[in-house]
Design a protein around this ligand. Structure first.
Ligand SMILES: [Mn+2]
Length: 379
C-alpha cells in the first residue's frame, strides 16, 4: 500500500526535547558523544543532552513552537532534488507540519528509493510564490527554488557549509546546520528528540537518504550519528541488509545509459559562488564509471554548452567512481582545466584528471575548487 506523505501529520501535543544546535555546539556534542557512546548507540537523546542541559542554550520545543500555525508551510530542498533533499522535505513536513514541495523531477536513484519505500511521487512545484518556506539540505541562494520570497523563509535545516552566497534573509529565523552525513539524519534525530515514531515508509526514505549522501556510510562526511540512525531506521523499516539496499541504490544511480550527456551533467548539479565567481559543479556517482568515461567527449560538449547557456563563470563535472573510490574530473575550456589542475594536482590523461580518494562534492570537490577559484581571483 502506498502512503501519501503530504496528508500525514502529527497530533498536536507531543513531548518535545531539545533540537536547535548551532554548529559549534554540534561539534562539541559530537565529540563528547563520540567519546562516550559505541558506534551503534542511538540513544543520543533527551536524558544525555536534553532540555535540562544548559549547554544547548535552546528551549526544547523551539522550532516546533516557532513553526506552529504557520500558514501554507512548504518544505523544500535545493532546485535539483536528490534523495536526501527529498527525504528531508518529507521528514520535516511530517515532524513540523506543512507539506513537502518537490522543486524538480526526481533522479533515477530517488525514484528507485520511493518505489522501494512505497512512497508516492509528488508533483513538481514550478513556482513557490506565496508559500511559507522551510528549507532543507541547502543554504545557498544559488540553489533556491523559483518564486521563493526571502521574507517567507521560516527555517533552514542543513548539513552544508555556509559558502560564498548564503541566502539573504531579512528576518531572523531558525537555522540549524550540523556537520552530519545527511540532512535526513538531523531530522531523524529531531523526531527521536520529540518522541515521534516515523511511519515505515518514512523510516525507509530516511535510511535511503543517509546511504545516498554518505555513499553507504563510507564517505568522509559520515558521522557516528549517521551510522547509528541508519541501523535504527533499517530496523524500523524491516530492512535486514543495509549493504544490499545501498548497492541496489548505487546500481539505480549508475543506470545512466538512457540519458543524454546534458541530462547526466545536470542530474546532480549545484551552483555556487566562489570568490565572486559563479561556479557550477555536477557529479555522477556511479559503480560503472567506464560507461561515462567512454562518453567523456559528449560530456565535455555538454559542459561547454551548459556553461554558455547558464552564464556561469566556471563549470566542472565529476564522474565519481564509488567502486574504486576516485573521481574523474571533466571541464569545458582551458581556464577551467587550469582550475582543476590547481585544485587537484596530478596528471591529465585522456582529457580527464583522476583524483584518487575523492568522492564527496561537499567535503572534497567543492572546497578544492573553491580554493583554486579564489586563488585565481587573487593572482
Ligand atoms: Mn544532503
Amino acid at each position: 500500500m502506498k502512503i501519501l506523505i503530504s496528508s500525514l501529520s502529527i497530533s498536536g501535543e507531543r513531548p518535545i526535547a531539545g533540537l536547535l544546535y548551532l554548529l559549534g555546539t554540534a561539534v562539541a556534542l559530537s565529540l563528547s558523544l563520540l567519546l562516550s557512546f559505541p558506534v551503534v548507540s542511538v540513544e543520543v537523546g533527551a536524558t544525555e543532552r536534553g532540555q535540562d542541559n544548559p549547554s544547548t542554550g535552546v528551549p526544547a520545543d523551539f522550532l516546533r513552537k516557532e513553526l506552529a500555525g504557520r500558514e501554507n508551510l512548504v518544505w523544500t530542498g535545493h532546485t535539483i532534488p536528490d534523495t536526501d533533499s527529498f527525504a528531508a522535505s518529507l521528514l520535516a513536513a511530517f515532524i513540523y507540519g506543512g507539506k513537502p514541495g518537490l522543486p524538480g523531477a526526481l533522479n533515477p536513484e530517488s525514484r528507485f528509493a520511493i518505489d522501494e519505500c512505497d512512497v508516492d511521487e509528488p508533483e513538481v512545484i514550478e513556482d513557490f510564490s506565496g508559500m511559507t518556506m522551510g528549507l532543507v539540505d541547502f543554504n545557498q541562494s544559488t540553489q533556491l527554488p523559483p518564486g521563493t520570497d526571502p521574507d517567507s523563509i521560516a527555517a533552514i535545516i542543513d548539513h552544508h557549509a555556509i559558502g560564498g552566497s548564503p541566502i539573504n534573509i531579512p528576518n531572523v529565523i531558525t537555522i540549524e546546520i550540523r556537520p552530519w552525513g545527511s540532512t535526513a539524519t538531523i531530522l531523524v534525530d529531531h523526531a527521536q528528540k520529540l518522541g515521534i515514531e516515523l511511519p515505515v515508509p518514512l523510516a525507509c526514505m530516511g535510511l535511503a537518504a543517509i546511504l545516498s549522501d554518505t555513499v553507504n556510510l563510507t564517505s568522509p562526511t559520515t558521522t557516528v550519528y549517521d551510522k547509528a540512525y541508519a541501523q535504527k531506521l533499517a530496523k524500523r523499516a524491516g530492512i535486514t541488509d543495509i549493504n544490499q539496499l545501498a548497492e541496489r541504490m548505487l546500481l539505480a544511480k549508475s543506470d545512466l545509459g538512457g540519458l543524454s550527456a546534458r541530462d547526466i551533467v545536470l542530474l546532480d548539479y549545484k551552483n555556487f559562488e566562489f570568490g565572486g565567481k559563479k561556479v557550477g559543479i555536477g557529479v555522477a556517482e556511479t559503480l560503472t564509471a567506464q560507461q561515462l568515461i567512454n562518453r567523456r567527449y559528449q560530456l565535455k560538449s555538454a559542459i561547454e554548452a551548459q556553461k554558455k547557456e547558464s552564464g556561469v563563470d566556471h563549470l566542472f563535472f565529476a564522474i565519481v567512481d564509488t567502486r574504486d573510490n576516485k573521481s574523474y574530473l571533466l571541464w569545458g575550456d582551458d581556464e577551467d582545466k587550469h582550475i582543476v589542475v590547481s585544485a587537484f594536482g596530478g596528471d591529465i590523461k585522456d582529457d580527464m584528471l583522476v583524483a584518487d580518494g575523492v568522492i564527496s562534492r561537499k567535503r572534497q570537490i567543492g572546497p578544492s575548487i573553491q580554493r583554486a577559484v579564489e586563488k585565481l581571483g587573487a593572482d
